[in-house]
Design a protein around this ligand. Structure first.
Ligand SMILES: [Ca+2]
Ligand SMILES: [Ca+2]
Length: 229
């Protein structure tokens, strides 16, 4: 009796896998008959068409790769915007430096306000102007750009030690490793303009790649020699 039921079960499983079957009229339990009916149903030509149908496969595949595609699209778009912001910042800095070298000052304004307003008006298209950091340092010539103030190296160790005399080029009363003076300089002086901006990425994958909580510092510099104004 037990072997008979096992044979019926195997027969039903084979029916599911191999095709349609007939409900046996032999002696069998109700559970076996139910399983046989299911086997006949699942093994029917209709179910076979369902099993081997490829309809909807594209939708399923898209559902699987959609998240990756969305992340990739956001990453590309956001990288493009950051790249555009970097170019915008460089152009704004260069234009402001060209204005600064002429000594032009807007009506009822100062040179500092005029230069910074020019940078902010351009960079403001993509950036929060309150986060812009704008500095300018003037030098007597290109050859001393970002060079330390000269000093007398009494002990010959190559560095300026306390007590060693130095020339206070920028006139701030202290020895500096960068002899530039804050401001826009005077006639024929060389001026270095530096503008930085903390650009933040929001796409999760990009934030992980960039680090620093997704923030990078965009930097633009421009060096010009003032006109003899
Ligand atoms: Ca020394
Ligand atoms: Ca100094």
């Amino acid at each position: 009796m037990r072997n008979l039921e096992i044979n019926y079960w195997l027969h039903s499983i084979l029916s599911i896998l191999l095709g349609p079957c007939e409900v046996s009229t032999a002696r069998k339990s109700e559970s076996v008959r139910s399983f046989e009916r299911m086997g006949c149903s699942l093994g029917s030509p209709k179910f076979k068409r369902f099993r081997f149908s490829e309809d909807g496969a594209t939708a399923v595949e898209f559902a699987l790769i959609a998240p990756a595609l969305i992340f990739l699209t956001f990453a590309i778009v956001e990288s493009g915007i950051a790249f555009a912001a970097d170019i915008l910042l460089k152009n704004a800095t260069y234009d402001a430096a060209r204005t600064g070298r002429t000594g032009f000052v807007s009506e009822d304004s100062t040179q500092d306000a005029t230069v910074k307003a020019k940078i902010r008006s351009q960079a403001g298209v993509l950036m929060d102007v309150d986060k812009l950091v704008i500095t300018s340092m003037s030098y007597k010539g290109f050859d001393v750009l970002k060079k330390p103030e000269p000093f007398t190296d009494k002990n010959g160790n190559g560095v300026r030690d306390d007590g060693e005399n130095f020339t206070d080029v920028n006139g701030n009363g202290a020895y500096d490793l960068d002899q530039g003076a804050n401001g826009y300089g005077g006639t024929a002086q060389v001026v270095l303009y530096t503008v930085t901006y903390p650009w933040t990425f929001h796409t999760p994958v990009l934030k992980q790649i960039v680090g620093n909580n997704g923030t990078v510092e965009l930097t633009a510099t421009a060096v010009v020699q003032n006109e003899p104004y």
